[in-house]
Design a protein around this ligand. Structure first.
Ligand code: AMP
Ligand code: MG
Length: 403
């Protein structure tokens, strides 16, 4: 039997990162930057107002107080997007809006709240310092400043920064494309009628969602019956359109019923093994097709498939993007109840981590088909190989499932 760590290491060693591509910002969302980004222009590009108010020379209103306001003539108005050259005449002011270029000769903005809001003349009831409410050119980043480093994950704020810096596209490793499908004669699509002996197929929905949660683009395919030739055809077809294949079912020890194993074993590029974990012992990993697309063949029991995805597919997705970030948060929490775990296997029990993160409660229903308990869980309790029982009050390591 392989250890969890050895098996994961073998998977990661075999994965080659996706080639970086020039991607529009929309397509780059969730990708990983493959170039260093420097500001080509100052950010902001020009001095501008941080407030709606009046552009002034601070020295003109130095004496202004609530009791003795200073009144200035208002000689014009500058709104955001105004491209004209405005010049402040000393002893006067201009109405100015947030984001509008600061007129020449002005050195401060008086917020409208400190005035009577006048249009022809304005009474200003408080002095402000030179530079007040002015956003200086380059005050966010100067031209040439480093903005983002290669390897950065592109999410909301980095994409906003790239757009603000004028970039329409960047060199990045894209979100991986994951094809997900299940095998089993017993499986029927939810929403269709079932007869005795059949069940509604759930793994593909669960695994596609897990792949999306991990930042991939997931494509779910209908389940495939237990026929090795059909399974192989679907796998080979999907391999051409995905960066990672994830199957579930058909890899345990049941001989000719384990069709994924039967279909792939002959190719010699996918290895099947037992991993010292519970749930999820039977696993397979290798590459397939002309592009050597990596494939993870997960066991069919829903909880086994889920745990296997978190442990192996998630890091594989990161490796495809050339990164090791994005691991689920782990924590240490106090058990509220005892638990048992098999010898020689690392087990992953479903639990509920308290909101404050201090206590973890193992759920009842720990068998690998018990999806109802999995759906209530927000954490996996990790019990090391050599531990066979833990008591209430013991501290356990947990993997958080909410990100
Ligand atoms: P297998 O690994 O194919 O032997 O399947 C193990 C168990 O998981 C069996 O009880 C299957 O019915 C069940 N199973 C396999 N695939 C799915 C699936 N996609 N959705 C729900 N249950 C499944
Ligand atoms: Mg099966």
């Amino acid at each position: 039997m392989d250890s969890v760590d050895d098996y994961l290491a073998a998977i990661l060693a075999a994965i080659r990162p996706l080639m970086p591509r020039e991607l529009s910002l929309d397509d780059a969302d969730g990708g990983v930057l493959a170039e260093d980004i420097a500001a080509q222009w100052p950010l902001p590009p020009f001095d501008n107002s941080a407030m709606d108010g009046y552009a002034v020379r601070a020295s003109d209103i130095a004496a202004a107080t609530a009791d003795a306001p200073v009144t200035l003539p208002v000689t014009g108005e500058v709104a955001a997007g105004d491209t004209r050259e405005h010049q402040l005449v000393p002893g006067s002011c201009l109405r100015i809006m947030t984001g509008a270029p600061l007129p020449g000769g002005a050195d401060a903005v008086v917020p409208v709240e400190l005035t009577d809001g006048g249009t022809a003349r304005v009474a200003i009831s408080q002095a402000v310092a030179a530079g007040a409410s002015v956003r200086r050119a380059g005050g966010d980043a100067a031209a040439g400043d480093a903005l983002l480093a290669a390897g950065s994950r592109l999410g909301p704020a980095p994409l906003g920064l790239l757009a603000a810096a004028g970039r329409a596209s960047v060199l990045a490793r894209p979100r991986p494309r994951v094809a997900v499908f299940s095998t089993g004669n017993e499986l029927a699509a939810p929403g269709t009628p079932i007869t005795r002996g059949r069940i509604w197929e759930s793994n593909s929905f669960m695994l596609a969602s897990a792949a999306r949660q991990a930042g991939a683009d997931a494509y779910r395919q209908p389940s495939v019956p237990d026929a090795a030739d059909q399974v192989l055809a679907v796998i080979e077809d999907a391999a051409g359109r995905a960066d990672l294949l994830v199957t579930s079912g058909g890899v345990s020890m049941g001989g000719e019923h384990d069709v994924v194993k039967a279909a792939l074993q002959t190719l010699g590029t996918v290895r099947f093994r037992k991993v010292a974990m519970q749930p999820g012992m039977p696993q397979g990993f290798g590459v397939i097709g002309a592009a050597s697309t990596p494939i993870l063949t997960l066991p069919g029991n829903p909880v086994s498939a889920f745990v296997s995805f978190q442990l192996f597919a998630r890091p594989a997705l990161r490796a495809l993007q050339g990164t090791t970030d994005g691991h689920q948060r782990t924590a240490r929490a106090v058990l509220t109840a005892p638990l048992r775990s098999p010898p020689e296997k690392r087990s992953f029990l479903r639990g509920v981590l308290a909101d404050d993160g201090t206590e973890i409660t193992p759920l009842s229903g720990q068998a690998s088909h018990q999806l109802a308990a999995l759906a209530r869980a927000n954490a996996l309790i990790v019990v090391p190989e050599q531990v066979i029982s833990m008591q209430a009050g013991d501290v356990a390591e947990v993997i958080c499932l909410d990100d």
